[in-house]
Structure formats: structure tokens, C-alpha cells
Design a protein around this ligand. Structure first.
Ligand code: ATP
Length: 752
């Protein structure tokens, strides 16, 4: 993202000309200013020494310049603010903000009197409550008392709502919550004598100061600093658990209520994004803590297997989307009426925290990381972990409740300067792509903030994937990671600038994806039958998808056989692809039929053309067979659909006749379409349903939803054979490789 280098404070003691209008000459009266600054600095030091005194609250800059001309007009504001200097002369009143003295001290960024946990802030307790303001509005009051997070009573809720209205947060949607996390100074940084240029005060305010160096003649003796305020800011001593509980715990709760949530880490390379998201074995990050918390909460709520958790993990590397759990061909993003879909993305059904941890580890091994000059384990890709929680159950009144919530946890690659990382070609290409996507992200943020009609989500894969999080019905949290080192001043300023801007984004109102269907007593059996039929219907669709995948495999194999014309191999065409995929297989070509024995002497004798003809005939026959099967399945599905509709209609009629009221069958909430209960008791232990379709009837699908466009992948994961499959999609168009022109080219090559 472009670096904003606007200067907020400029003081120069050498310039003195008190007679000039300060509006015209920014260097005017600098000696006086310096004196006043020194005075204020002393005052501030005094006030800091006295912990009982409330910390100073400087006004936030809304725009450039640092000179705030309207300061004198604000009658309601406190007259004396220790770190605000007002200069009056006959013409104008000028206000200067003095950044906190930036000397590196590990204790400096720890709030005075602060405990171990963020929730225990002393003065900023109010600030923490206000961080939940926007979220509370969208989550509604039903979270009250569930996880201990949020207002404790209705009065508190009223106060919070009032506060948010005053902040201009009324309306349907909620504001993106923005948090800043400062990482500790690294060993290398200390070795080269880096100084801390960031100071966090009150766990909300971030003061950034640029030091003038002796060689910097242009800015010699000038101070440059900026002040930002966020929903919460975490000093370097903040633990992973504190970060999780302040930023994400509430979203997990909301996901269980059927809402969507997103958390993404943004910042320069080496600023601590991956540490925050993933963490280490000793200090697990947000992803791990969220998964643990999710399963704990599910266990507390229901032991009857009413919750189903699906998981997908993908990365965007060099503008290609890859499945981290089933590495293979790049995935294609498609946009349909249900949202952005990554075609062929595998969804794993997860049964326990341990299982998810293993999958996460697996995915991370597949993730693209390379050492750069700025970070030894630099993530070269944007990674997105998505967890979908479905809930199907009958409530006390025998109504069927279907609910789907999605949580996206996103670790972005670091924004970077080419020189700061590496100049070797591949690294710089990666860097360019990372910057391209982050630039696209900044354009989207700008457009969203400015309320433009067209938001350029399509400019990059990343923004396409983040469309739901930024512009959809979603509770979104941004964690901006920053480094304390003065050598990273530019990057830190850039990160804070965009984080500050992101605060203004409002997402759409996030309602629960929930549906409740009331079933009268007499209709219970019919409802059961309905669910069973829907399940059968889905199974048939799976079969259909498999057949289509087989067809694709056969087509691809026939193409391969153009160069390896051994007809005997055709007999094995219908067998699934090898299941020997290993985690580190990503960089290697997949061991498929394509890698067979090409150009045998036998094939040369026969003549390539003849073989191709033969194979084409075989493919044609197989295609016809598949088409026939497809038609059969479609017919069966149609029949089932009709039958289901029939039963529903009959059920509705009988409810009306039965006198329990026509309202008895009326849909109470119809945010999402009816989702069938897809498993029976004890299913938690069965691994057979690991790869289920992601909520085929959910109102809005997201990018991790499974589709058919990609080839099937039969893989070995954690010792288990797994297969991604597809349910709802129409037959995919034949691959480019199968176009007649391409085949002709191949034949000609063979002739030569
Ligand atoms: N809060 C923290 N506490 C302790 N160490 C941290 C913290 N944040 C980051 N680090 C350390 O800083 C280094 C860089 O962090 P990390 O890899 O998370 O950066 P990044 O922003 O993900 O970089 P990139 O974008 O290049 O992947 C790591 O060695 C990490 O352990």
C-alpha cells in the first residue's frame, strides 16, 4: 500500500519570526514553540510520575495537517491537556501534539497498573467495552450471559447502544473493529541498535515517532510523529490469550449462533502476523485458540452431535489459489449468486480439536514460506482458514432448527519493500504479487470508506476472497501488526494509516443464518421421511459428481495417451488416481497417468494418428455412457424432488386440517433454506462423512464451498485416504487441454 508520509509535527528552533502569519509560514515562532513544548513535556513527565492522575487524552487527528485551527473553538473540551500545546497569537490558535518520548524500554508500553489480562485494564476498561460496541449491535442480546463477554445487563447494553449511536454507528451494519498489536524488539534489531518508535498508551492510543538522524540534514532536529486511536492496542507484553479473548472470542460465540465472522492480520513483513494468527507450540495463536474454544463451546452446548464442523484451508500465492489440505492444481474462483466459490476446495469434517490441529499443521507444511532478508520464516502467501459450524436440531417445541455460521481466519502476507526483502527474481515476483493484492485491498478499503457504488473486489484474488468479510454480512476484526523498530518506521506508519482507514468500513447487518421449521405432532414422521429423502437426494448428487469426475479423468487420460499410445492402459483408466499424495508434494508434479511411459518404440510403429482415433472412439463411448448415467441420475433426483415437494404439500394440508393451525407449518425464519439433518447418533465417530458438501442449501455460500470443477483428488492425509467431492455443480466444461485444436497440435508434434 502506498506509504502516507504526512508530517504531523514540525518544530524547528532555528526559525524565528514572530511577526509573520503562522498560517503562511509554518516555521514561525519556533523558539516559542520549543519553549512551550519543553514546558509541556515537563508537565507530562510530572503527570506520568503520579499514577493516580488520569492519563492525558490527546485529540485524534482526523486529517492533515498537524495544525488544528479549530482547537480554540471547542468550548466543551478540557482546556488543559498535557500533551497538547496551543499557541496563540493575534491571528490564529495552533495546536501541536507532542508524541510520547520514544526511548526503548520493555516496560514502557505496559500500561501503568495493568494486570496480565486485557480484560483487566484499569482506566481502559471503558475502552474495552467500547470495542464491543459495534459488535454488540449486530450480535443482538442473545449472547448475553453465554460466554461472559459483553454487557452484563440490559442497562449496560443500553449504554453501549447509546455510545455507538453517538459514534455514528447506528444503522443496519456494524463497523470493522480494528486492533493494533506491537511485537517485541527482535534480537537482530537490538544488535543493530534499533530504537523503539512506537508507544502504546491506555491500551488504545498509539504514538509513532520518527527520529531524526545525524545524517538527515533535511529534517535535522525536527520531530515527526503521529497519533492513532484504535478499538484496542496491544503492547509487546500482551499474551496470545489476551489478544484472542479481546479480538476473536466473541466472534466464535457468534458463529455458534449462526453468524459469519472474519479476523485478518495485516502488517509489514516480519511484524508478527503469523505469530498472532498461528503462534508457536508454546504460545498458540488466534487460529488454534479459536478452534479450541469452538470445540469447548460445542461440547458444553450439545453432546448429541447436533453440531457439525467443517474446515477448509487455502492460500493465495502469486495470484493463484491453492488448497492447503489437498495440494494439487490451482483452484478457480467463481462467483455465483451465492457468493465467491473456490471450485474444488476440500472441506474436511472435523470431530475434535486434535484432529483440527493435525490438519492445521498439515496445511501449514504446505504453505509457501521462504526466508527473506526481513524475516527468516516469511509467509509468501495469504492463508485463509475457514471453519463452518452447522447446527441441526429439534427444539423443545419439536421445531427443526437449522443454523450455519462461518469463521474466517486470515493471515495475510506482509506488505514489503523490494529492498527490504530480497531482489532475487522469484522473491521479488512474490513481493510484487503480494503488494499487488494488498494494493487492491487498499483500493477496496478506500472505496468502501468513501461509500462508492463499485468496489473493485475483482482486482485480485485476495480481495475476491475477502469480499464477504469486507462488504458482506459479517462481523469483521482487523489486527494490524507493527514492529517497534525505528528502521521500520515507514512500514509501521503505512500499516497504521490503513488500519485507521479500515475503522471506517461498515459491513452489512449480520443476521443469523438460521431457519426454524415448525412441525406439528402429526407431521413428525413425514418430517423424518422428508429428511431421509433429502439425504438420499444428496447422495445421488454425490454419485453424479463422481461420475463426472471420472469422465474428466478419462478425458485427461486419453489426452495423455496421445503421447503414450498403449491401449492396454485404457483398462485402468477408470481406476482412481494414485493416493500417495504427501504433504510436500505440492512443488512436485502430481504422480498421475500423465507421467506414464511416453513415446515407446511400439507406439511409433503403429502411427500416432491411428491410436488417437482409437482413443477418441473409446472416449466417445465412455462419454455417452457417462451422459446416460447422468441423465438417469438427474431423473432420479427430479423424482425425489417431486416426491419431497409432494410430501411437504401433504404435510401442510394435514396440519391445516388437523387444526393445529396453518401457521403451524409456516416458516418462522427463512434466512437460509432448509438443511437436512445429515447424520445420526454416533456419527461423530464415523470417518465416512469427512468430506461432506458445505451447506448446499445455505443462503450464501462462501469461497470454500465445494464444487465440481476440479479434478478429484484422492489423497492420504494423516494415514487416511480422503477424497474431495462435489455436489451441486453442473458438469464442468472440458478442460482447455481437451479442445480439438490442442489435440491436433499434439498429433502434429508426434508426427515430427
Ligand atoms: N508478539 C510477539 N512476541 C514474540 N515474538 C514475536 C511476536 N510477534 C512476532 N514475533 C516474532 O517475530 C518474528 C516475525 O514474526 P512473523 O513471522 O509472525 O511475522 P509476519 O508478519 O508473519 O511476517 P511475514 O509477512 O514475512 O510472514 C518471528 O520470529 C516471531 O516469532
Amino acid at each position: 500500500m502506498p506509504v502516507s508520509t504526512r508530517s504531523q509535527i514540525k518544530t524547528d528552533p532555528d526559525q524565528t519570526d514572530p511577526n509573520q502569519n503562522p498560517l503562511r509560514n509554518p516555521h514561525h515562532g519556533l523558539k516559542e514553540k520549543m519553549k512551550a513544548l519543553t514546558l509541556l513535556y515537563e508537565q507530562q513527565k510530572q503527570s506520568l510520575k503520579n499514577p493516580l492522575e488520569p492519563p492525558p487524552q490527546p485529540p485524534r487527528f482526523s486529517s492533515h495537517p498537524s495544525v488544528e485551527l479549530s482547537a480554540g473553538k471547542r468550548g466543551g473540551e478540557k482546556k488543559e491537556q498535557t500533551n497538547v500545546m496551543k499557541e496563540k497569537n493575534s491571528a490564529v490558535t495552533r495546536t501541536y501534539v507532542l508524541p510520547q518520548p520514544p526511548t526503548y524500554n520493555a516496560k514502557e508500553n505496559v500500561e501503568a497498573g495493568g494486570g496480565d489480562r486485557i480484560v483487566g485494564f484499569s482506566c481502559p476498561r471503558k475502552a474495552v467495552v467500547s470495542t464491543t460496541v459495534a459488535r454488540k449491535l449486530s450480535l443482538g442480546a442473545q449472547l448475553e450471559g453465554r460466554g461472559g463477554i459483553g454487557p452484563k445487563n440490559l442497562q449496560e447494553m443500553d449504554r453501549v447502544c447509546l455510545e455507538s449511536k453517538q459514534n455514528g454507528e447506528s444503522g443496519g451494519g456494524s463497523r470493522i473493529l480494528v486492533f493494533v498489536r506491537l511485537r517485541p524488539m527482535g534480537k537482530k534489531e537490538r544488535e543493530i541498535g534499533a530504537r523503539c518508535c512506537v508507544r502504546i498508551v491506555n491500551r488504545r492510543d498509539v504514538y509513532l515517532t520518527e527520529f531524526a538522524t545525524e545524517n538527515d540534514y533535511l529534517r535535522l532536529k525536527r520531530l515527526r510523529g503521529r497519533h492513532f486511536t484504535f478499538d484496542a492496542s496491544f503492547p509487546e507484553s500482551t499474551t496470545q490469550l489476551e489478544v484472542y479473548s479481546t479480538t476473536t472470542a466473541e466472534l466464535v460465540e457468534a458463529v455458534l449462533e449462526g453468524r459469519n465472522g472474519s479476523v485478518f492480520c495485516y502488517g509489514a513483513t516480519g511484524a508478527g502476523k503469523t505469530y498472532t494468527m498461528l503462534g508457536t507450540v508454546e504460545n498458540p495463536g488466534v487460529m488454534v485458540l479459536a478452534i479450541k474454544d469452538l470445540f469447548n463451546k460445542i461440547r458444553q452446548r450439545s453432546c448429541d452431535g447436533n453440531h457439525v464442523v467443517h474446515l477448509s484451508y487455502l492460500e493465495v500465492y502469486n495470484e493463484t489459489v491453492r488448497d492447503l489440505l489437498s495440494p494439487g492444481r490451482p483452484l478457480v474462483l467463481r462467483e455465483d449468486k451465492q457468493g465467491i466459490v473456490a471450485a474444488g476446495l476440500t472441506q474436511y469434517r472435523a470431530y475434535s480439536t486434535d484432529e483440527v490441529m493435525a490438519l492445521l499443521q498439515q496445511g501449514n507444511q504446505n504453505r509457501t514460506t521462504e526466508p527473506t532478508r526481513a524475516n527468516e520464516t516469511s509467509s509468501r502467501s495469504h492463508a485463509i482458514l475457514q471453519v463452518m459450524v452447522e447446527y441441526h436440531a429439534k427444539d423443545a417445541s419439536n421445531n427443526i432448527v437449522n443454523r450455519v455460521g462461518k469463521l474466517s481466519l486470515i493471515d495475510l502476507a506482509g506488505s514489503e519493500r523490494a529492498l527490504a526483502t530480497d531482489q532475487r527474481t522469484l522473491r521479488s515476483l512474490e513481493g510484487a504479487n503480494i503488494n499487488k493484492s494488498l494494493l487492491a485491498l487498499s483500493s477496496c478499503i478506500n472505496a468502501l470508506v468513501e461509500g462508492k457504488k463499485h468496489i473493485p473486489f475483482r482486482n485480485s484474488k485476495l480481495t475476491q476472497l475477502l469480499k464477504d468479510s469486507l462488504g458482506g454480512a459479517c462481523n469483521t476484526v482487523m489486527i494490524a501488526n507493527i514492529s517497534p523498530s525505528n528502521h521500520s518506521f515507514g512500514e509501521t506508519q503505512n500499516t497504521l494509516h490503513w488500519a485507521d482507514r479500515a475503522k471506517e468500513i461498515r459491513t452489512k447487518a449480520c443476521e443469523a443464518n438460521e431457519e426454524i421449521m415448525q412441525v406439528p405432532e402429526s407431521g413428525t414422521d413425514q418430517a423424518k421421511l422428508l429428511l431421509e429423502l433429502q439425504k438420499e437426494n444428496r447422495d445421488l448428487r454425490v454419485q453424479l459428481a463422481r461420475q463426472q469426475q471420472k469422465l474428466l479423468t478419462v478425458q485427461a487420460q486419453s489426452l495423455a495417451a496421445n503421447s503414450s499410445p498403449t491401449p492396454s492402459s485404457i483398462s485402468s483408466l477408470l481406476s482412481p488416481p494414485p493416493s500417495s499424495a504427501q504433504p510436500n508434494e505440492k512443488r512436485k508434479p502430481r504422480s498421475t497417468f500423465m507421467g506414464g511411459n511416453c513415446f515407446t518404440p511400439e507406439s511409433k510403429k503403429r502411427g500416432a494418428e491411428e491410436t488417437v482415433k482409437e482413443l477418441r472412439n473409446t472416449v466417445k463411448a465412455l462419454q455417452m455412457e457417462i451422459e446416460r448415467m447422468r441423465k438417469d441420475h438427474s431423473l432420479q433426483i427430479k423424482q425425489k424432488d417431486d416426491f419431497i415437494r409432494d410430501i411437504s404439500r401433504k404435510g401442510a394440508k394435514s396440519a391445516g386440517v388437523g387444526g393445529s393451525g396453518a401457521e403451524g407449518l409456516k416458516r418462522v425464519v427463512t434466512r437460509a433454506s432448509l438443511r437436512p439433518k445429515e447424520k445420526k447418533e454416533g456419527e461423530l465417530k464415523s470417518p465416512n462423512h469427512r468430506f461432506l458438501s458445505p451447506a448446499p442449501t445455505a443462503k450464501k455460500r462462501s469461497f470454500w464451498d465445494i464444487t465440481t470443477a476440479n479434478s478429484p483428488s484422492l489423497l492420504t492425509l494423516n494415514g487416511r485416504k480422503t477424497r474431495s467431492h462435489v455436489i451441486n455443480d453442473p458438469p464442468a466444461a472440458p478442460s482447455m487441454l481437451l479442445q480439438p485444436g490442442f489435440a491436433r497440435q499434439k498429433t502434429e508434434t508426434l508426427k515430427h
